[in-house]
Design a protein around this ligand. Structure first.
Ligand code: THG
Length: 374
């Protein structure tokens, strides 16, 4: 995962690698590393992974997550197209709700795992992870002759995450933010400009996401959040690799990808395999369920390894097809933990030997996801 500074590639930034309205501000506030996500820059570290983590779980951070692109689907067939793309039944989703929507192709493999926002009966946003959903959705719509528009609006989410997020947000948007329940959104004015504000975000610390649809308004909002939250020790941050693995928030492209099904990724709870819905992936997913999946996502907890020794992605003793897909040192576990795609025969509670990146081996245990800590 982490390469040493001496070998880390440097990034050449051109027009193909898009910035967000907040990229310069993130850099000015100390962003020290970036990744590429939906062909855009996403900060990954400010001070250090662990310092950022400690601050996130104790205070409040403002994240530039403009890389979470919105794929807007609008028109009389909008719900039909969204249902065609996801094996989760969306019939009962109400306007004003967010909904975690695995998208799957006709082979039952994952295409993406967005948060869907139902803006109106004929209008959805898919707030996507890192893959080309717009191309796929537009291709499906064209091929099926659906009456919809598929496009990427100029919207950049800004996340406010951490235990003090509600306090900071209420100072900017008023007491109304306190009444927004998890995975719901409202339109609240900022200096007269209505913005979609949802209680959501890619951390387990609580918080909000503001869907900024005007770059100048967003820059002003960004600055106001820092001014008004100075006494809360608000800092610029980003999705944190330690916090999200401890919280078992899955990263599409890392923990699971287009070679995996949502059943293998452990997303069974959000699939509606017995529903009477027109969804592209249902036949393949029903067949997979009947066959029994060959692999499954699980946790790996290294026993007694307080030092920060990276694990090799491959090489779980006796299970050659199993692989570790994300890993971190976990302050909560006091050891290294990972999210792994394991052969189905490798059960929870199993003790395994795991190869380290430096060539050594360590004992580890297979655990269910989400991780629990005592
Ligand atoms: N917010 C928004 N867009 C996003 C993300 C986000 N796009 C990219 C990526 N993150 C999409 N993937 C996820 C994965 C998990 C969650 C959200 C988006 C998530 N999961 C909660 C959990 O697992 O506890 C709740 C899921 C549920 O209620 O079903 O929040 O973060 N805008």
């Amino acid at each position: 995962m982490a390469s040493s500074p001496a070998t880390a590639p440097r990034l050449t930034v051109s027009r193909r690698l898009r910035s967000t309205p907040f990229t310069e501000r993130a850099m000015a506030r100390g962003a020290s590393a970036f990744t590429v996500y939906n062909r855009m820059l996403l900060p990954t570290v400010f001070e250090s992974l662990e310092a950022d983590y400690r601050h996130l779980i104790s205070s409040v951070q403002v994240w530039d997550v403009g890389v979470e692109r919105q794929v807007e689907i609008r028109g009389p067939d909008a719900a039909r197209l969204v249902q065609w793309m996801t094996p989760r039944d969306i019939a009962d989703v109400q306007v004003g709700r967010c909904c975690y929507l695995p998208l799957c192709d006709a082979h039952g493999k994952l295409v993406n795992d967005p948060v869907g926002l139902k803006l109106a009966e004929d209008r959805w946003w898919l707030s996507i992870a890192d893959s080309d959903v717009e191309l796929w959705a537009d291709g499906l719509a064209t091929g099926a002759g659906l009456d919809v528009m598929v496009f990427e609006p100029a919207v950049w989410p800004l996340a406010v995450q951490g235990p003090k997020a509600e306090e900071l947000m209420s100072r900017v948007f008023g007491e109304a933010v306190r009444g927004i329940r998890f995975f719901r959104f409202e339109r609240l004015p900022f200096e007269g400009h209505p913005l979609i504000v949802a209680r959501s975000g890619w951390s387990k610390q609580g918080g909000f996401e503001i869907y900024v649809d005007d770059a100048a308004v967003g820059e002003r909002l960004h600055d106001v959040l820092f001014e008004i939250g100075a006494d809360l020790d608000v800092r610029a941050g980003c999705p944190n690799g330690i916090e999200r693995i401890e919280g078992s928030l899955l990263s599409f492209g890392n923990d699971m990808d287009g070679e995996d099904s949502p059943i293998e990724a452990g997303l069974g709870r959000v699939l509606s395999l017995d529903a009477d819905i027109a969804s592209l992936s249902l036949p393949a997913l029903r067949a997979e369920r009947a066959r029994g999946p060959v692999k499954r996502l699980a946790g790996i907890v290294v026993s007694e390894q307080p030092e920060d020794g990276a694990l090799s992605p491959f090489g779980i003793g006796g299970w050659p097809l199993s692989e570790i897909r994300s890993q971190t040192f976990s302050p909560r576990a006091g050891t290294r933990i990972g999210i792994a795609m394991l052969e189905s025969g490798l059960r929870d509670g199993s003790e395994v030997r795991v190869r380290r990146a430096d060539g050594g081996e360590v004992d580890a245990r297979v655990t269910p996801l989400p991780f629990t800590f005592d």
